[in-house]
Unconditional design. Structure first.
Length: 104
């Protein structure tokens, strides 16, 4: 049984197109439901978090370094620090933690 890659590409393109075009054609007026508006507002943030979180824990040699850096970054972000500062101090936390674990 041979598989035609062009069929797979066409199905993927159609699926992607439908996901993007159906909301535009089915919903023609402003969404007033507070729950749905809130849900749609947070979808990008949740998607980014779901894609990023596993990578954070697997990106270091030591899981403890990743966990400590994650905690540092969450605290800094909670207090409204800039993205640059949060990322730099997260990297510094990983560097110091791994250095201590391997040389200490």
């Amino acid at each position: 049984m041979s598989h035609n890659i062009y069929i797979y590409i066409a199905l993927m393109a159609i699926t992607t197109y439908l996901i993007r075009i159906l909301p535009l054609t089915l919903i023609r007026r402003e969404i007033k439901n507070r729950f749905i508006r809130s849900f749609l507002y947070y979808v990008p943030y949740v998607t980014l978090a779901v894609m990023t979180f596993p990578a954070i824990l697997d990106a270091t040699q030591e899981p403890l370094a990743a966990a400590l850096a994650l905690c540092v970054c969450i605290v800094l972000a909670y207090f409204g620090k800039s993205l640059f500062l949060v990322s730099v101090l997260g990297c510094v936390t990983v560097f110091i933690t791994e250095w201590i674990m391997h040389h200490g």
